[in-house]
Design a protein around this ligand. Structure first.
Ligand code: PLP
Length: 392
């Protein structure tokens, strides 16, 4: 019988383990080190090869995590970073050179936007923002010096899905590198390299770590993009701490279960919220009513638990504050991908969005459904929405 490719659950269980080199212990040890000793001066000078040279540049702990992520994406190279934002900035710098032009979606994650707006122009890189749903018409934004087309699908806070195959194909004809933030879809639900992106970045802080107790990032790519990622990470000193790498690797073991449950809860809460009188729309590409649903079902194998609810613009800020603060299951907080449900209001200030006409009208409330029972999550969100209706 032909050998079948292992399924994702099996990969997540086995990746990065080295029991034979580790006394039969399945979980790899945490190597905490800066120094890695040489057996001779010749080896120290690099005349005799040595697998590991310095803690910042790589250890068995970083190898175990990075090789696991690379395998999930089908990438030759993966680098790890001390946060998702650090992975993003390292990956962008692996492409950037003075005189370049780079394109970013208007729905870019806020802190990444701060990086590109404040740092890239100082290096002589010209940046521009495009409407996230532009699809293949992105080519109208290309210039002769465009070196990077950056994507994020769905977009932060407004959840627009992008046509990754069409956009990356357009970029490829002009030799433009494509990079995508895949923190929402993850390697489990959105095979972005197979869909055409050259480089993927992810905040492993979210679903990979999964317990809101680590900051970690990854960037993965093939061929020359992978080599440039590694060279740039080494040049910048981008490296994650050993405890965080271990937590990332441990998170992978249960990621499928956590992601599936969180996503299922999210769809149930989104579906319940949709018909509430205070709600104008629910920003969740997994809902059949979403304008992005067709591309979503074509390209993703599932959603995650993060989405937005747009409530009527006439609802007062005071009643939004009171209704959210009265919630008992959802905590108020940033981040997502952990076990606990989180809620916050999204304020799309001019600093966060420059293409104003595309924005939903109304207040956006961002919901993240964690692992509590979804009946409790639904009850909490519906009570919060009832509270908003009182303010109408
Ligand atoms: C889409 C997205 N990308 C990247 C990041 C950055 O991750 P980190 O907080 O680990 O820097 C975040 C964090 O919220 C995010 O939402």
């Amino acid at each position: 019988m032909a050998k079948k490719m292992p399924k994702i659950e099996t990969k997540l269980t086995h990746l990065g383990l080295s029991p034979k080199e580790n006394f039969g212990i399945p979980n790899p040890p945490i190597y905490r080190t800066s120094t890695i000793l040489s057996e001779s001066l010749a080896q120290h000078r690099g005349e005799i090869p040595k697998k590991y040279t310095y803690g910042r540049v790589g250890t068995p702990t970083s190898d175990a995590f990075e090789s696991s992520i690379a395998a999930l994406y089908g990438a030759e190279c993966c680098i790890s970073a001390p946060s998702g934002l650090s992975a993003i900035s390292t990956a962008i710098l692996s492409v950037a050179k003075a005189g370049d032009h780079m394109l970013f979606p208007d729905s870019l994650y806020g802190s990444a936007r701060r990086f590109v707006v404040t740092m890239l122009p100082k290096m002589g890189v010209d940046i521009a923002f495009y409407p996230p749903r532009i699809d293949a018409d992105i080519s109208t934004f290309f210039k002769s010096n465009t070196s990077l087309l950056y994507l994020e699908s769905p977009g932060s806070l407004t959840f627009e899905i992008q046509d990754v195959p069409a956009m990356t194909a357009a970029a490829r004809t002009k030799n433009i590198t494509t990079m995508i933030d895949n923190t929402w879809g993850t390697a489990l639900h959105y095979p972005v390299l197979a869909l055409g992106a050259d480089i993927v970045v992810e905040a492993a802080t979210k679903y990979i770590g999964g317990h809101s107790d680590t900051n970690l990032g990854i960037a993965a790519a093939n061929g020359k993009h992978g080599s440039e990622l590694r060279r740039t990470a080494i040049a910048l000193g981008t490296c994650a701490g050993p405890e965080d790498l271990y937590l990332g690797l441990r998170g992978l073991r249960t990621m499928k279960l956590r992601l599936s449950q969180s996503a299922e809860n999210g769809l149930a809460v989104a579906t319940a919220a949709k018909s509430h009188g205070a709600v104008i729309s629910v920003l969740h590409p997994g809902l059949p009513s979403s304008r992005d649903h067709a591309i979503f079902t074509r390209d993703f194998t599932g959603p995650c638990g993060l989405f937005g609810i747009v409530v009527k613009p006439e609802i007062t800020q005071a009643s939004i504050d009171a209704a959210i603060e009265a919630m008992s299951v959802f905590y108020i907080g940033d981040s997502w991908g952990g076990y606990e449900s989180l809620i916050k209001q999204a304020h799309l200030t001019e600093k966060l969005r420059s293409l104003r006409p595309d924005l939903p009208e109304g207040h956006i409330i961002r919901i993240y459904t964690g692992l509590e029972h979804c009946d409790d999550q639904i009850a909490d969100v519906m009570t919060m929405l009832d509270g908003l209706s009182e303010g109408l």
